[in-house]
Write a protein that binds this ligand. Sequence first.
Ligand SMILES: Nc1ncnc2c1ncn2[C@@H]1O[C@H](COP(=O)(O)OP(=O)(O)OP(=O)(O)O)[C@@H](O)[C@H]1O
Ligand SMILES: [Mg+2]
Length: 326
Amino acid sequence: MTLKTDASFPWTEKYRPKTLDQMVGQTHVVPRLKKYVEKRSMPNLLFAGPPGVGKTCSAVALAKELFQNTFSQDFLELNASDERGIGVVRGAIKDFSRTIPLGADFKIIFLDEADALTVDAQQALRRTMEKYTGTVRFILNANYSSKLITPIQSRCSLYKFKPILKEDIIKYLTMILIKENVSYDQEALDAIYDVCEGDMRTAINYLQAASSIGDKITKEIIYEVSNSAQPQDIFHMIDACLEGDFLKARGFMEKLLFEQGLSGEDVINQIYKKFIVYPEDKITIDLKVKIIDRIAEINFRLVEGANDRIQLEALLAQIILLNSNK
Ligand SMILES: Nc1ncnc2c1ncn2[C@@H]1O[C@H](COP(=O)(O)OP(=O)(O)OP(=O)(O)O)[C@@H](O)[C@H]1O
Ligand SMILES: [Mg+2]
């Protein structure tokens, strides 16, 4: 059995870009990385940005293009959060750096989740980086570059990865659907973008989950597999509040909680997302500000374990009251 033909093999791995050219989006990053390949030299790099947008993909693709046949000897991937300390990382870095580079003048160490290192560990990492400047380049990966100490930040060129744009996500998903021979509604792709917020890994995972349900991927299936409310249900619920109709709004809320099985936190996150984009002729900025303050309070209570239904009803009641007092 080859793993790749297995239907359960993750599409995120199957469709992981192998070269920099296969990556979509990140147009402010990819051309600069290609220059390093052309010149066969590069500084230490710091990749920062949200999850699932191509940080690991581009580090691996960069190293593969640079080293080609010697990739496995010249590239080392480590995860800083495995140990939360630097001991293991340092040992591995030392062993790796002892042997000479084969494919270029340097080797590459890719250190994932560098922002999980403690400050002491970061100091040790900084010394290690200095010690091996001759033969090793580091690519540090962090969701938040500000969590890294300044001496590390200043030793690296910073690359800020961005959430992937809607058209790029849709383009990539369409390519996968064609290769997998799966039929779909165009609206389903819009729905994936609506729930994945620019995270390609999440988008592909929802696509794969949806492809195993029914003959065709529809937007309803996407909202189901992503455990999200359909946007119109949230809009209807808020509209009912703005009309002052508590019972109607509560009806929509019950549908989300009990028919669709969403958690209170799922619902509140989506209320928040929809509120932000609500047209201003329906809700003034002034009112939005007051309601968002309430959303934050209710969200906090839900995270602390308060009752989903009571808290959401309280939020609907607050929206009605704030709107009638405006
Ligand atoms: N720019 C992109 N172009 C094409 N596919 C992408 C892109 N970004 C992410 N992907 C897809 O998402 C998966 C995850 O990407 P990757 O591992 O690079 O994310 P990451 O940015 O390193 O996330 P994390 O911060 O969680 O480590 C890849 O296997 C690939 O399928
Ligand atoms: Mg990664």
